[in-house]
Design a binder for this molecule. Structure first.
Ligand code: SF4
Length: 458
């Protein structure tokens, strides 16, 4: 167990996250204790005790001193490398965006490496993405917002999934959900400002089937003015038909995501995804008739896969030539079947190399990295990167990740964020996370959202 005692709550959390990131094996039976006593911090593990003098350092000084010690001086067995140095947050580009206006590029790169101990090529990647995003956000005003609508249904549960997902074969729940969601969307009647982007995510929205999908999309286009970007996650190929694509096209959808996760048949079966590689090819070919911008997701570190499998999957996806490719690292949270089976450290040794290799290959093929984020409990301190061909980057992904405009979230589990740039403050409203609560009490959260919406000219 990792135990952090003393310090204030913020520092305790910070140190714990860094230790967990560097020494995930200490989350089991081995003990690692960090505590503050007087002017000193002490670190004790397996009979060894090390001390760090803190003297009269202020809060920021202590944070840096201890984190740099843990990162640079502590060298225990089982350490996992971290290209992000002592940064533990999930939004590293957001930090770089804040620094972009404060120093020139050379100073910024040095600062990221000296202060946060970020690896050189990662610092360059973060700065490149920050420049790209800054241009993309140039037209945002105080009243800009994007719309997110959540569909929690999927045809089956993937082994690594920890989301509150409901099987789409449960037609009774599906019908009740769509009816309620349509009511929630309808409560926003009167909005005149178009969202910068719309994102229908999940889950697998296309698992609603054409009839229920149409009901949801009808309401969205009725209530919200047209947006230049409208994404629907069409993630699972086993949910995609001509009828589904026609419904999407007829409701101003511009971008879809067809997510193989792997192009290895054996992996798909192991993940419980219930579709074949051929179905991925067929869905992709069908989608091409509809002129969507297409994103495809792959995951590094899937159980039973080595670097060769990942390389092969990436090459096959590149051959299809989608406009966007997103490379995720497997993240196993409590609640996923794989996590419960404790199979989460199995394939982790090649992850950092695979991420670097994919970056090089994708750049060669004219895909540029345009957003990046990390997740808690991600394998080997990996990260997720979205790549896009020129002119096809998703504004929603960037804005949502860097919290640069408000996000109005509708539907079960959705998270709304009302952004007040003048105070650099975000007010969050989370909708209920399970179906029964959502169906019974959605209005409470919706009223909160409607009230906050009055602070903006929508
Ligand atoms: S498609 Fe996504 S939400 Fe659905 S079960 Fe798989 S991981 Fe979970």
């Amino acid at each position: 167990m990792i135990n952090v005692q003393g310090f204030n709550e913020g520092l305790r959390h910070n140190y714990f996250e860094l230790l967990r990131m560097l020494y995930p094996s200490f989350m089991g039976e081995k003990n690692l204790d960090l505590k503050e006593e007087g002017d000193w911090a002490y670190l004790e593990t397996e009979g060894q005790k090390q001390s760090i003098f803190l003297g009269d350092l202020d809060q920021e000084g202590k944070r840096l001193r201890v984190k740099q010690f843990l990162f640079q001086d502590l060298d225990l067995e089982g350490r996992v490398s971290s290209p992000f140095g002592i940064l533990t947050g999930v939004r590293p580009v957001k930090l770089v965006l804040e620094l972009l206006d404060q120093m020139n590029e050379a100073d910024l790169l040095n600062y990221l490496q000296d202060h946060y101990l970020i690896e050189g090529d990662m610092a360059e990647l973060l700065v490149d993405i920050a420049h790209f995003e800054k241009k993309a956000f140039a037209d945002f005003t105080r009243d800009s917002y994007s719309l997110y609508v959540h569909i929690p249904f999927c045809p089956s549960r993937c082994d690594y999934c920890s989301y509150p997902m409901i099987k789409s074969s449960n037609q009774e729940s599906l019908r009740a959900y769509v009816d309620t969601l349509v009511k929630e969307i309808g409560r926003f009647q009167g909005i005149t400002r178009p969202p910068s982007s719309i994102y229908l995510g999940g889950g697998t929205p296309t698992s609603l089937g054409p009839h229920f999908l149409e009901k949801v999309l009808d309401e969205i286009v009725k209530i919200f003015p047209e947006s230049p970007e409208f994404t629907v996650e069409a993630g699972r190929p086993d949910t995609l038909t001509q009828d589904v694509f026609s419904v999407l096209r007829d409701h101003r959808v511009t971008r879809i995501s067809i997510n193989p996760q792997s192009m290895q048949e054996k992996t798909l079966r192991r993940l419980n995804r219930q579709h074949s590689i051929q179905e991925i090819y067929d869905s992709f070919a069908l989608a091409r008739d509809y002129d969507f911008t297409i994103n495809m997701d792959l995951i590094v570190g899937l159980l039973g896969e080595g670097i060769e499998d990942f390389r092969d999957s990436l090459e096959k996806v590149i051959q299809l030539n989608p406009e966007n490719i997103t490379i995720h690292t497997l993240s196993l949270k409590n609640g996923s079947k794989l996590f419960e089976q404790n199979q989460h450290l199995a394939a982790s040794h090649f992850i950092q190399g695979a991420l670097k290799e994919s970056r090089t290959l994708l750049r060669e093929k004219t895909y540029n990295p345009y957003y990046l984020y990390r997740q808690k409990k991600i394998l080997s301190n990996g990260y997720n990167v979205g790549y896009s061909k020129k002119g096809t980057a998703s504004l929603y992904n960037m804005a949502m990740m860097e919290e640069q405009e408000s996000i109005l979230g509708l539907g079960m589990s959705s998270s709304s964020k009302f952004y007040y740039p003048e105070e650099n403050r975000i007010e969050k409203v989370g909708q209920y996370k399970n179906l029964r609560d959502y169906l019974g009490h959605w209005q409470e959260k919706t009223e909160e959202k409607l009230k906050l919406k009055e602070d903006f000219q929508w």
